[in-house]
Design a protein around this ligand. Structure first.
Ligand SMILES: Cc1cc2nc3c(=O)[nH]c(=O)nc-3n(C[C@H](O)[C@H](O)[C@H](O)COP(=O)(O)OP(=O)(O)OC[C@H]3O[C@@H](n4cnc5c(N)ncnc54)[C@H](O)[C@@H]3O)c2cc1C
Length: 322
């Protein structure tokens, strides 16, 4: 267990009470059960000291400002589809980003950060606006997608985002053009300025026939069903693709498809996916990912970099024994 400065302390969680005060002052009711496995697509992860939903942008601002002025460790999660949360859980306040407002103005779609990206894609289609179709493939929120410049099927956030409203680490708000976020392959400046949060996003889209956009969405849905292990919990691709190659191909060619560790398994359908085939722990997932990383490095000399983010209290993780 660690405090905001990273110092280790022994004993029972010490942030729960301070976090409860912050939630009370923000007028937000905590969730009675803070198990994060229930809020991540990999279905692993221990408890938050305190777990709350920010149901609108105003609640998000009150919670974040309150947590920061109380010196609380703070984690904001979207749909938990790009993270592996430690079995020991996450210290401090965990906020689930659930502000899902959305409006269309001309050819712009303006969304709160908690809106599921797939929902943004279908709302745009209904309005006859093209440019967010790729988002149907991505089971995260608008905010999480901007954080990692999510992309699929030839599109990405960088291709559609015009501007964002940020809540800065110092508590101020700023409207920034997309160019200020340095969006690149699965990357943005937000990854290096963790105090900055996306509150809302404006996408610039192009008018198109809703029937044509719908056909494109149907194609994407079909492709995903055929190529990804969607019936099992996962966090999507574990690793970024190295330049000029594919992480899945490298892992597959090491003969690792189907390899299991505890309840974690390298998917038979897509070797860059680790799936929870029942009862996996976060340590199972991370150990298996490390095994894949070591094997690929030994065979090809390629150091795979993680696309997923490991969050929470990994201090007592016994990965080296894997
Ligand atoms: C089956 C499956 C398929 C997938 N396919 C793809 C794919 O094709 N392409 C792709 O790019 N990804 C894919 N992913 C990964 C994942 O869905 C995306 O990375 C998604 O954008 C993550 O969004 P999230 O809301 O779940 O973020 P989370 O996993 O909840 O959080 C990820 C990071 O974003 C930060 N964050 C969340 N909200 C905000 C905010 N408002 N402001 C600032 N930071 C924030 C969090 O703090 C955390 O650091 C897939 C995942 C799964 C499970």
């Amino acid at each position: 267990m660690s405090d905001p400065a990273g110092r280790v302390s022994a004993g029972v969680p010490d942030w729960a009470e301070a976090a409860a005060d912050v939630a009370r002052q923000a007028g937000v009711q905590p969730r009675p059960n803070g198990m994060l496995a229930d809020h991540t697509t990999m279905r692993v992860g221990g408890p938050a000291d305190l777990l709350v939903d920010a149901l609108d942008v105003a609640a998000m601002k009150r919670l974040v400002r309150g947590a920061r002025s109380a010196g609380l460790p703070l984690t904001v999660l979207g749909r938990g589809s790009n993270v592996v949360v430690a079995d020991a859980g996450v210290r401090g306040l965990v906020i689930l980003s659930r502000a899902e407002g959305c409006r269309i103005e001309g050819t712009r779609l303006i969304a709160d950060a908690g809106l599921p990206l797939a929902r943004a894609a279908t709302l745009a289609q209904e309005a006859g606006l093209s440019g967010l179709e790729f988002g149907l493939a991505i089971p995260g929120t608008v905010g999480g997608a901007i954080w990692g410049n999510a992309g699929a099927h030839g599109g990405d956030i960088a291709g559609a985002l015009e501007s964002v409203t940020l809540l800065r680490a110092d508590g101020s708000e700023a409207i920034e053009p997309a160019s200020a976020l340095a969006l690149a392959y699965r990357d943005s400046l937000l990854k290096r300025s963790p105090g900055d949060l996306v509150l809302t996003a404006t996408f610039g889209l192009a008018p198109a026939d809703p029937a044509v956009i719908k056909a494109r969405l149907d194609d994407i849905r079909r492709w995903r069903r055929d190529h990804q292990p969607l019936s099992r919990p996962s966090a999507g691709s574990m690793f970024r693709n190295p330049a000029g190659d594919s992480a899945g191909r490298l892992i597959d060619s090491c003969g690792l498809k189907g390899r299991r560790l505890g309840g974690a398994e390298i998917s038979e359908k897509h070797a860059n996916f680790i799936v929870n085939s029942g009862g996996a722990s976060a340590a199972d997932v991370r150990c298996l990912a490390e095994l894949a990383r070591r094997t690929v490095a030994a065979r090809y000399g390629v150091e795979l970099a993680y696309e997923v983010q490991f969050i929470g209290d990994w201090l007592d993780w016994e990965g080296e024994s894997a």
